[in-house]
Design a protein around this ligand. Structure first.
Ligand SMILES: Cc1ncc(COP(=O)(O)O)c(C=O)c1O
Length: 459
C-alpha cells in the first residue's frame, strides 16, 4: 500500500483570453508598405523631419479589400469609416470618395464630416456623450443617432417631440464575453436593459428604430466574438419585431485588426498571422448568420461596419531621422530619433515595423543588429521599439516606421515637440495635406495679460 500524501489544493489561475493558438511567429516585415516609388530623402528635405507619408493607393486598396470581404448578395453592406481613427480631412475625403459613410463620436467629428460633404443620412453618431445641441442637429438632419443609455433616450424623446418627422435612431448594446468586456457603452444585454429600452422606444411613434449596434472590442483576433455579437443583435431584432419595431440595419462596429504587429503581451502566444484578405474569416462569421435572419431586418439587411484601423493603419508611414546613437545602460545598442510616442502613441501596443529608408550611411550590407529606438521626449518611457532589427545606421539616416495610419494623427500630442507635416502620395505625386506646425501654432490659443508683458516680450 502506498503512503497517503498530504492533500494539495489545486491552484486556479485565470488564463489570459488569448493564451492558446496554433499560429506561428510572425516576422517583423521590412520597409515595403508604400509600394510607390518614394524618395525619402527628397521628401524630408522638402517637408522636414519627422514626416507622415500616406499612400493614397494603399488606403483605397485596403478600403476596397475590406468592403469586398463583407460583400454578400443577400445583404447591403455599408462601411461607415470611424473618423476618430484618423480625421485628417484628406484621409476622410479619400474614403468618402470610395463611397464610405461616416461614423462619428463627437460634435467636432460630426461638424468635420458634414463640412467634408458626408450627407447626414449616411452618418452614424455613436458615443456615450452627445450634447443637447449635437443631438438636436444630428436628429434634425436625419443622421442615425445610436442611443447609449436611458438618460440619452429621455433627451432624444424630448427632442423628437418637437420635430415634425420621426427621428432615426439605433441602440447600442453591450454584453460580456469571457474576459472581454466592452461594457462601458450602450444598454446592457445581459441584465435586460436592452429589452427595456426597446419596450420604451416601441411606445413612442416619434422614434424610428432603424439600427441595432454592438462594438465588441478592439483589434479583435477572435472571429467568434463577432459571431456572438451578431447572435445577440439577431436576438434583439426578434424582440424588436415582437414589439412592432422594424429595424433594417445591423451594425457590428469596428475592432477588426489591421496587418500591424502586436507586441507579444497583447498577441496570441507565438504571434498571430494576418495575411491575404484575412477579413474574409470575420465576414464569414457575420454574414452567414445574418443571411439566415434576414427577414428580421426587412428581407435585405443593411450590414453596417465601422472599421478604423483595419482600413487606414497600413496606408501611412512616419519618416524620422536618427539624431544620436548610444549604448543605453552602457551596453544596449540604441538610437534616438526625432519622433517619439508624441507621434506614435500606438508604440505601446504594436511592434511597428521599422527600416532604414535613406541617409548618409548609404546602402550597407553590414549585419542587422537589434537596436532599441528612443524618441526625443524627456521621458524614459519614450521608446518606440525594443530590439528592432536594423542594418548599421548613423546620425542623419532616415528611418521609416510602418503602419502608423490609425490613432497616431488623432492621438498625437504637442508635448515638448510640435507636430510634423503630412504628405499624401496621390496619383500625381506628393501633396502636402497638413503643414508642419510651428511653435506659435501651439500657443495660438493663449492670451497673455497686458500687465505680464515685459519690454522684451514678443508673444
Ligand atoms: C463604436 C466604435 N466604432 C468603431 C471603432 C473603430 O475601431 P477600430 O479602429 O478598432 O476598427 C471604435 C473604436 O473604438 C468604436 O468605439
Amino acid at each position: 500500500m502506498t503512503e497517503p500524501t498530504a492533500y494539495e489544493p489545486p491552484e486556479i489561475t485565470r488564463l489570459p483570453f488569448i493564451a492558446f493558438t496554433k499560429h506561428a511567429t510572425r516576422e517583423v516585415s521590412a520597409f515595403s508598405d508604400l509600394d510607390q516609388e518614394v524618395d525619402a530623402s527628397a521628401l524630408v528635405e522638402q517637408y522636414g523631419s519627422p514626416l507622415f507619408v500616406i499612400s493614397e493607393r494603399r488606403l483605397r486598396d485596403d478600403y476596397r479589400t475590406f468592403l469586398e470581404a463583407f460583400t454578400d448578395t443577400h445583404l447591403e453592406t455599408r462601411v461607415a469609416y470611424s473618423i476618430k481613427t484618423n480625421y485628417l480631412p484628406a484621409v476622410c475625403s479619400v474614403l468618402k470618395d470610395e463611397g464610405a459613410w461616416a461614423e462619428v463620436v463627437s460634435g467636432m467629428e460630426y461638424e468635420l464630416a458634414r463640412a467634408l460633404g458626408f450627407p447626414a443620412s449616411q452618418m452614424i453618431f455613436n458615443g456615450p456623450h452627445k450634447t443637447q445641441e449635437e443631438l438636436e442637429r444630428a436628429l434634425g438632419e436625419g443622421a442615425v443617432v445610436n442611443i447609449d443609455n436611458f438618460d440619452e433616450l429621455a433627451q432624444v424623446e424630448a427632442i423628437a417631440a418637437g420635430l415634425s418627422a420621426p427621428v432615426r435612431i439605433g441602440i447600442r448594446i453591450s454584453f460580456r464575453f469571457g474576459a472581454i468586456g466592452w461594457t462601458k457603452f450602450g444598454f446592457n444585454d445581459d441584465n435586460g436593459d436592452s429589452h427595456k429600452a426597446l419596450e420604451r422606444i416601441a411606445l413612442n411613434p416619434r422614434l424610428r428604430l432603424e439600427l441595432l449596434h454592438n462594438h465588441c472590442g478592439t483589434f479583435v483576433l477572435i472571429e467568434e466574438l463577432y459571431a456572438k455579437s451578431v447572435e445577440r443583435l439577431i436576438h434583439l431584432a426578434k424582440r424588436a419585431r415582437d414589439l412592432g419595431l422594424e429595424p433594417t440595419m445591423i451594425d457590428v462596429g469596428g475592432g477588426f485588426p489591421s496587418s500591424n504587429t502586436l507586441r507579444p503581451e497583447f498577441d496570441f502566444q507565438g504571434g498571430s498571422r494576418r495575411e491575404g484578405n484575412f477579413w474574409f474569416s470575420y465576414a464569414e462569421e457575420i454574414c452567414s448568420r445574418l443571411q439566415n435572419a434576414r427577414e428580421l431586418f426587412g428581407g435585405r439587411p443593411i450590414l453596417v461596419l465601422e472599421p478604423g484601423r483595419a482600413i487606414v493603419d497600413a496606408s501611412t508611414q512616419l519618416l524620422c531621422t536618427v539624431v544620436a546613437e548610444k549604448a543605453v545602460d552602457g551596453q544596449t545598442p540604441a538610437v534616438i530619433v526625432d519622433a517619439g510616442v508624441n507621434l506614435v502613441p500606438t508604440a505601446c501596443f504594436y511592434n511597428h515595423a521599422m527600416g532604414r529608408a535613406a541617409g548618409p550611411s548609404g546602402i550597407q550590407h553590414g549585419r542587422h543588429q537589434a537596436v532599441d529606438i528612443y524618441g526625443p521626449l524627456c521621458m524614459q518611457s519614450d521608446r518606440l521599439r525594443e530590439q528592432a532589427l536594423l542594418p548599421p545606421v548613423e546620425m542623419g539616416d532616415i528611418l521609416s516606421i510602418s503602419h502608423v495610419g490609425a490613432y497616431c494623427h488623432s492621438q498625437s500630442m504637442q508635448f515638448i515637440q510640435t507636430r510634423p507635416a503630412t504628405v499624401l502620395l496621390g496619383p500625381e505625386g506628393p501633396e502636402l495635406v497638413r503643414r508642419r506646425e510651428t511653435w506659435r501654432d501651439v500657443f495660438a490659443l493663449d492670451r497673455l495679460p497686458e500687465r505680464l508683458r515685459g519690454d522684451d516680450c514678443d508673444f
